[in-house]
Design a protein around this ligand. Structure first.
Ligand SMILES: [Zn+2]
Length: 158
């Protein structure tokens, strides 16, 4: 299952509150917090997956069993596909692999596919390095105050 597009969409910082995508994000975020789904979110998620199921058909000539969505186009289709993927994650995946980035000021969700489930950041090259440089900075701040100014500037850059 290729969930990259799904996660790119729900991690968008400009995600509109109460949009369908926000509902999908809320569902996955509840999993990372081990929180119960709130009733309203669950109801809307049910509507999204319900609509998607109505349009889901087995692909007639596929060599392996595959589903396709028949009917909806454009953004409705995209949301239906995403809703089915989220449903699939909930049903088939080890949910301790659904995680939220530990980076400061980063709320990105991701699937940890590492062998020992040790991944902590959405992006090692960004959030992981920022964290490492902060640890470095905390260790060195007393001896070298010049590092402080530098690493503050660095942390704000995105
Ligand atoms: Zn991150």
């Amino acid at each position: 299952m290729d969930v990259e597009a799904l996660f790119t969409a729900i991690n968008d910082e400009a995600l509109e509150p109460n949009s369908d995508l926000a509902v999908l994000r809320e569902i996955l975020q509840s999993v990372t917090n081990k929180k119960n789904f709130d009733t309203r979110t669950m109801k809307r998620f049910g509507e999204l997956t319900g609509r998607a199921h109505q349009h889901r058909r087995l692909k007639p000539s596929a060599s392996e069993i595959e589903f396709e969505l028949v009917g909806p186009t454009g953004s409705t289709r995209k949301i239906s596909e995403f809703a089915l993927q989220v449903e699939d994650i909930l049903v088939t995946m080890d949910l301790s692999r659904v995680k939220q980035c530990e980076g400061e000021e980063c709320e990105a969700l991701f699937i940890d596919e590492s062998k020992n489930k040790s991944r902590r950041w959405c992006d090692m090259a960004h959030c992981g390095m920022l964290r490492k440089s902060k640890v470095f900075y905390d260790k060195h701040r007393r001896v070298n105050p010049a590092v402080e100014a530098e690493s503050k500037l660095g942390a704000k850059r995105k």
